[in-house]
Structure formats: structure tokens, C-alpha cells
Design a protein around this ligand. Sequence first.
Ligand SMILES: [Zn+2]
Ligand SMILES: [Zn+2]
Length: 120
Amino acid sequence: MSPLRCPDCDLPLEGRACVVAGRAGSLSGCTCGGAWFTWLQLEQVLGGEVALEPLSAQTARRCPTCTLSLTPVLLPGVIPVETCSACRGVWLDWPDVLDLRLPGLEAVLQPAPAQRYAGL
Ligand SMILES: [Zn+2]
Ligand SMILES: [Zn+2]
């Protein structure tokens, strides 16, 4: 199986383990600081049911798993992220990761300074 690729910079995503608020979780991370979660991974890391709120916006990014276009949505806390309507995977850019204020997540995603997300 070929590795999943980052929806933002197209580099291969790496499986990473994390510990967030004492809960062990996992995700696929990119050196740009972005993170791809399956729905199950997202609920594990955020510690329970996650409600996504639809946003009327569009994104050019595609799901690394299904290659369908992602859909912009809001995570609780009004954090704009992108989700796949087919597999329910969720993509977070590095600034979205910072908005979650979860040090355990920041620690495993911290991008190299030169690769830091530069904005849209
Ligand atoms: Zn990336
Ligand atoms: Zn998908």
C-alpha cells in the first residue's frame, strides 16, 4: 500500500502516535504540521463524540484516502477544518492544530521552521 499523501503539500504522511490529555491516540502527520485523522482517530484524540458543523465554503484539497474533494467544516471551538464526505476523515492544517490547544498533539506535529504552513 502506498503511503497517504498530504492534501496540502503532497508529501507522504507518516503514522504517528500521540498522547492527548492522557489518552493514547494516533494520526497521520505531515512535516508541514498538518494532520489527517480517520473519524475513529479523531474521536479518540478529542476524547468523545465530535460534532462537525458544515461551512458554506469550498476547498481545492482532496482526501488522501479516497481522493474526493474535501468539505470545509467547523470543529467545536469554531476551528475550521476539512472533512471527506465518503470516509469521514478529517484534515487539520498546523494553525488548526494550534487552535485545538492540545499540547500532546502539537508535540507530535511541530513542523520544521522552513516547512511551516505559510497561509493560503
Ligand atoms: Zn503537508
Ligand atoms: Zn475520504
